[in-house]
Ligand binder design. Structure first.
Ligand code: C5P
Length: 243
């Protein structure tokens, strides 16, 4: 058997060439990193949980007409995805103040925001993914006016869907990050949700206790990360056999 062609290896995932043109295989690793990889650990089973959770969220989005790169899950750690041209921006949506917005603007963590706030960060590990404005994005040509409108609309639709799903299982969606990619149909370009949606890229708080069920457990040494992700999966009925 021929060895698969590795296209890219990131901190938590590997991309391999897919079986058909225009597809890739996305492999979820057990590695957890934070603070731009200054903190690193291997959490047994995290990749399996994130593969299943990302499948759950992305297929749910596909079903309601929010386009994503997800095609189908292949096995415990891999999913088949559409190849996209990633826009070099991390799109963050915040419902409640936490993390960097609390630090930057001095807003106490847990304060409800007046409306969902969409922010853009330039994807560059060396620079620590700095916050950028629409002015920067347009001036440096990372995206057009139309792309910006489409990205905000996509991000807000993902927020509505994810907030509702999490509310249904007693979890508050505090914030999340998505990545967006371009796909081409003939002369037309479309933007679709790419990368992953998982507790690695969201803040999820139990609505009753405030307990954190996301990567902050790892970032802030609050306990067992795999237990937190398993709790999210269990409530959603994803991997019902998970302990
Ligand atoms: O750190 P900050 O408060 O800006 O993070 C906002 C949201 O984006 C959090 O849910 C965090 O997990 C996510 N995020 C991410 N990848 C990054 C930066 C933030 O998934 N590189």
């Amino acid at each position: 058997m021929a060895r698969r062609n590795k296209i890219y290896e990131g901190k938590a995932k590997i991309l391999y060439e897919g079986p058909e043109p225009g597809t890739l295989v996305q492999y979820f690793k057990d590695d957890a990193t934070a603070f731009n990889a200054e903190k690193h650990d291997v959490i047994d089973g995290k990749g399996v949980l994130n593969n299943r959770l990302s499948e759950y969220f992305m297929s749910g989005l596909n079903n309601i007409g929010v386009p994503t790169h997800f095609i189908r899950r292949l096995n415990m750690r891999e999913q088949l995805i559409r190849a996209v041209e990633i826009i070099p921006l991390e799109v963050v949506v915040r419902n409640v103040a936490a993390g960097s917005i609390s630090k930057r603007l001095g807003i106490e963590e847990g304060t409800a925001l007046p409306r969902p706030i969409v922010e853009f960060y330039f994807k560059d590990d060396k620079l620590g993914d700095p916050l950028v404005s629409e002015e920067h994005i347009l001036a440096f040509g990372w995206a057009t006016h139309q792309d910006l409108d489409d990205m905000v609309a996509l991000a807000l639709r993902v927020n509505d869907f994810m907030s509702g799903v999490m509310l249904g299982v007693g979890i508050k969606l505090v914030d999340f990050k998505i990545e967006i990619g371009r796909v081409y149909d003939g002369d037309f370009q479309r933007l679709i949700v790419a990368d992953e949606i998982s507790p690695d890229s969201c803040r999820l708080w139990d609505m009753k206790t405030g307990k954190k069920l996301d990567k902050d457990v790892f970032r802030r040494d609050l306990g067992n990360l795999s237990d937190a992700y398993t709790e999210v999966a269990r409530r959603l009925g994803v991997m019902p056999n998970a302990a």
